[in-house]
Every structure is written in C-alpha cells, then in structure tokens.
Design a protein around this ligand. Sequence first.
Ligand code: MG
Ligand code: MG
Length: 325
Amino acid sequence: MLSSAPPHPIHDPEHEHSNGCCADPAVLKSRVRGSYLGLAIGDALGATVEFMTPYEIRHQYHVHQEILGGGWLRLKKGQVTDDTTMALALGEAILATGEINASAIAAAFDAWMRAKPVDIGHTVRSGLMHYRRTGKTTAPEDEMSAGNGACMRCLPIAITTLGANEKAVRQASKIQAHITHNNPLSDAGTETVILMIQALFKGQTLNQQLHHYAHPLAAKYPQFYFRKRPCQNPSGFIGHTLRVVFDALFNTDSLEDCLVEAVNRGGDADTTGAIAGMLAGACYGETAIPQRWLKALDAKIQGACTAQAEQLLSLRNAASEVNWE
Ligand code: MG
Ligand code: MG
C-alpha cells in the first residue's frame, strides 16, 4: 500500500473490529466524514479572522462563531482556503494511484499551485518550486520550515493508513510532508495529529489522547507545551498552531466550542480551525457539526470532502484486506 512500506504486519487483530478498526462501521464512517467536514468548516470559519488579534476579533465580533467569508482573502461566504484544497489534492493523488506515492502527490500539489489557489504559504511555494526545478520529492532539510503547512493537509494520510502500525503511519506522513516541509518539529507535530485522529476514529477518549499523545509530544519538544499560558495570536509555526489546537480540544466538550475557541485566538486562524476541526470531527462525529455551519459551507467543497472521506476509507478497507497483512 505504501509505496515503500516495510514488510511488517500492521494490524492488531485482538483489538480490531472486522473492518480493521475498533469502531462499528457506521460510527467509523460518521467520524471520518465528520473529520473531513470539520477540516473544511474550521478553515472557512477561521479564514474570516486570519491575521487578526484576539482583541481585534472581540472588538469586531464579540465572539466570532459564524461562517461569513471576507477576511484578508476577501472570501465568499463558505469558501475555504489552501488548508482544505491541498488536503483534497493529496487525497485525489492517493485515490488515483491507490497508494501513497511521492511522485504522484508532488505532481498533484504542483497542479494545485498552477491552478492559482486563493492562498499559498511561503514554505509550500518554495518546496513546490524546488520540485519543479529538480523533480525531487523531498525538499532540502530546513531549520526554518517548521511551519504548519504539512500538518494542515494531513487528513487523507490518517484515513488511508488507519490500522497500519505506528512506524508505517509515520513513514507515510513523511512522504507527503517532506515534499514541502522537511523539518523534525513539523514531522513530530504532523505525525502526532495523524495518530490522534486515528485513535479518535477508533474511539479513544480525549483524556486518553492527552496522556498518549499531547503530553508526550510536549515532553519531547517543549515548543508544543500548551498547559502554562494560553497561546494567543498564533503564527504559522507548528508549535504555536498545536498549542492553540490542543488547548481548544482539551478544554471544551463539543465540536462547536472547540472550533470557536481555536479561531478566536486569531493569528493563523484558518489553520488552527482546520486542524482543530479534523480532530473534533474525528472525536464527536458528523452529527455534532452545527447545521448552520454545514448550510454555510460551499456545497461543492462539502460534496468533495464527504466523497473523498468515503473513498479513502474504502481504499483503506480494501488495502487492509488485500495488501497489508
Ligand atoms: Mg489557509
Ligand atoms: Mg493559514
């Protein structure tokens, strides 16, 4: 399945449902669809206040909690940004080839950039220019590329490798991440988010998530430490991004409150919203998404996200039966 996966067993049959996951198939589907919709909704919600400070948001909206469009990108209501459209490009490349193939993914990202997306991050652009110049699918290792651009688009990897062992999941994550972001901190954050999403798909509680993933990540890399002082006005640095996301996820008890908490911190709010949305959607499922947000989200994007969620899940189910044992 992974184009260069090691030949080790990746399922743990003792703890698995017949679909390779602890969750009932209908529950799993709701969590996977909820995660993809959460990504798009968090992106659309946060984009309105991207680069605003929490003070400016309070002054203008009191609490920002409606999908309105606008923002510095002057979006239409319900429109999403690079976070969602890059994830969709990644998912399309996986579906087209039936595997996590670096060349196919890099070509899909390049085609995405040629189509003039509404927004593109600096590290993503320079990584894709490097690919265009050299044909290489790994960007040069870079101390400065600990941005959140690889993490924001990671959801298709989480769905496709659900049930794989941790080593294979981390390897798959690096294949897509390193096309633009070749940095250990970006890797650690992105891989942790993928593993958290997968554990939520399987029914892990938020309390277990704290102890299994968030605390160990912060113990290893203090840049992710989120308990001391709330991170406000986060930059595109992965450490700031995940501090806001963890704070929002672990200090609320609904998808709506989690997303509202994340985006009202301002800064890179579309991306904190997108990542919080993936995790909260995986945790609470599709039915937890407020109807008013689903109604406001661009219908084409909504259809693309739910279709891709299901297709990636089917690909993963087929792969787990055929290739991965
Ligand atoms: Mg964006
Ligand atoms: Mg952003």
